[in-house]
Design a protein around this ligand. Structure first.
Ligand SMILES: Cc1cc2nc3c(=O)[nH]c(=O)nc-3n(C[C@H](O)[C@H](O)[C@H](O)COP(=O)(O)OP(=O)(O)OC[C@H]3O[C@@H](n4cnc5c(N)ncnc54)[C@H](O)[C@@H]3O)c2cc1C
Length: 421
């Protein structure tokens, strides 16, 4: 088996620069600290928190406080001995081995590219103007505000057609984010209607649009079929094989000419690599940076690319490693171990991805999970999802905050104050 050795093992304390404090970059920084690597580790990221994206749809639907899924990185920086700079990275000069940031240039011996991905609207007309995506904390707050705003406006409008339009919620993209958001929007609005006398349950609708012939493309048939069954049973209108041609302020136009009238369009249909990555003169595959079995960029062994911006092949199956938090953490952790071994002159073996399974929370007390040969859905799937996600949250503040939010929402109410305008 091929092994990796340090291309420049003369470095006594190498400068390791990590870009992006997401799942991948943070895992690298923490692992380097745990391994006590002979390195001066610097992490640069746009925000000084790590966003726990699996709960983002819950922040958008009042189930958790947005602050509780923004995990502080500075305590980890202190604990694991890395330097954190909040700032925007604008360019990487690969030849000069420097990175340009909003606060100045930084030099590196090893670079870990981990700035994730951006929303992809595939150039579809009107999406950037009329749809809200779900990728960042401000996105979640905008969706939350939009839902409440629509209910407030529906209450004071007498025109039934306009009211129906305000109470129609359309989610475009039937992947993991879309199905979870659809289930939670349905629960949120249904619960809110109790506080809006005059708005009836049969006046609101949730529509989920998917281009492919099944939900959750790329995941197993079991997950896809169970999700379809659960969401349909909860009254969500699922439109498969449906191509969105345009988003307007009147609704969503499908390829057959049908217009789904709505004032609420939420976009979860895809991601792409950031502009900064596009501009780098590195080999790409489906727009993502192609790496070797050691997660290094070809011809630049000092650069690692991990997480959503990388195209990585699974050594066991030959398939592409999916762009998920679980893979990003594995890759980040692996790079931390690899770098610390390389810096102390030890050899390493290639990265091997471990598929740990998938699970989805689809609404109050319903979920679906599949781990290798174990499958479950309904209440048990939901409970498992909650237990595992609490365990995955890394800071005590966030964990306790989310437990409090869930308990409060379960026995009392979700947050529906219209604080954003
Ligand atoms: C709504 C939603 C729900 C999801 N749910 C799940 C789930 O349940 N399970 C799962 O496995 N995966 C889930 N994912 C996918 C998962 O979030 C990503 O695959 C994962 O975050 C990728 O990790 P990453 O480190 O590559 O990027 P990210 O986690 O996105 O981190 C990138 C970091 O880089 C920073 N950054 C970006 N550009 C710059 C710049 N120019 N300068 C400085 N900093 C920059 C960002 O601010 C961010 O901190 C979800 C994604 C979304 C959007």
């Amino acid at each position: 088996m091929q092994t990796l050795s340090d291309p420049d093992s003369r470095l006594s304390t190498a400068r390791v620069l990590i870009l992006g404090a997401g799942f991948a970059g943070l895992a690298t920084a923490i692992r380097l600290g745990k391994e006590r690597a002979k390195a001066q580790v610097t992490l640069v990221s746009r925000r000084n928190y790590h966003l726990f994206t699996p709960l983002l749809y819950q922040a958008a639907t009042g189930l958790v406080d947005p602050d509780h899924i923004a995990q502080m990185v500075r305590p980890a920086a202190r604990k694991y001995g890395f330097t954190l700079f909040e700032g925007e990275v604008s360019n990487v000069d690969i030849d000069a081995k420097t990175v340009q940031t909003s606060f100045g240039d930084l030099a590196y011996d090893y670079l870990v590219l981990a700035i994730g991905s951006e929303t992809n609207d595939f150039g579809i007309r009107g999406v950037s103007e009329h749809a809200i995506s779900l990728k960042t904390l401000p996105d979640a707050e905008r969706i939350h505000s939009k839902i409440i705003d629509s209910l407030e406006r529906a209450l004071v409008i007498s025109d039934q057609a306009k009211r129906k339009r305000l109470l129609a919620f359309v989610i475009i993209g039937g992947g993991a984010t879309g199905v979870e958001l659809a289930g939670s929007v349905r629960d949120f609005v249904k619960f809110l209607l109790n506080d809006y006398p005059g708005l009836a349950e049969d006046q609101f609708s949730v529509v989920l649009i998917e281009l492919m012939q099944n939900l959750l493309p790329g995941l197993s048939r079991y997950l896809s079929e169970q999700t379809y069954r659960i969401l349909s049973k909860r009254g969500i209108q699922i439109r498969l094989n449906s191509r969105v041609m345009e988003a307007t302020d009147g609704g969503v136009l499908l390829s057959g000419g049908e217009l789904i009238e709505t004032g609420n369009i939420f976009w979860t249909a895809g991601t792409k690599s950031p502009k900064l990555v596009d501009n780098l003169d590195l080999e790409k595959e489906r727009g993502r940076i192609k790496v070797d079995q050691f997660l290094r960029v070809r011809e630049h062994p000092e650069i690692f690319a991990i997480g959503d911006l990388a195209s990585i092949s699974d050594l066991k199956t030959g398939e592409k490693v999916p762009w998920t938090a679980q893979s990003a953490v594995q890759e980040g952790d692996w790079v931390g171990i690899a770098l610390s071994r390389v810096l102390s002159g030890r050899k390493i073996e290639p990265f091997v991805y471990q598929d740990k399974g998938y699970m989805l929370s689809l609404g109050r007390q319903v979920g679906v999970a599949e781990f290798r040969h174990f499958k479950t859905s309904g209440f048990f799937g939901w409970l498992l999802w909650r237990i595992i996600h609490i365990a995955l949250i890394t800071t005590t503040r966030s964990r306790l905050g989310v437990i409090f939010d869930w308990t409060f929402a379960y026995f009392y109410k979700r947050n529906a104050a219209h604080t954003e305008h």
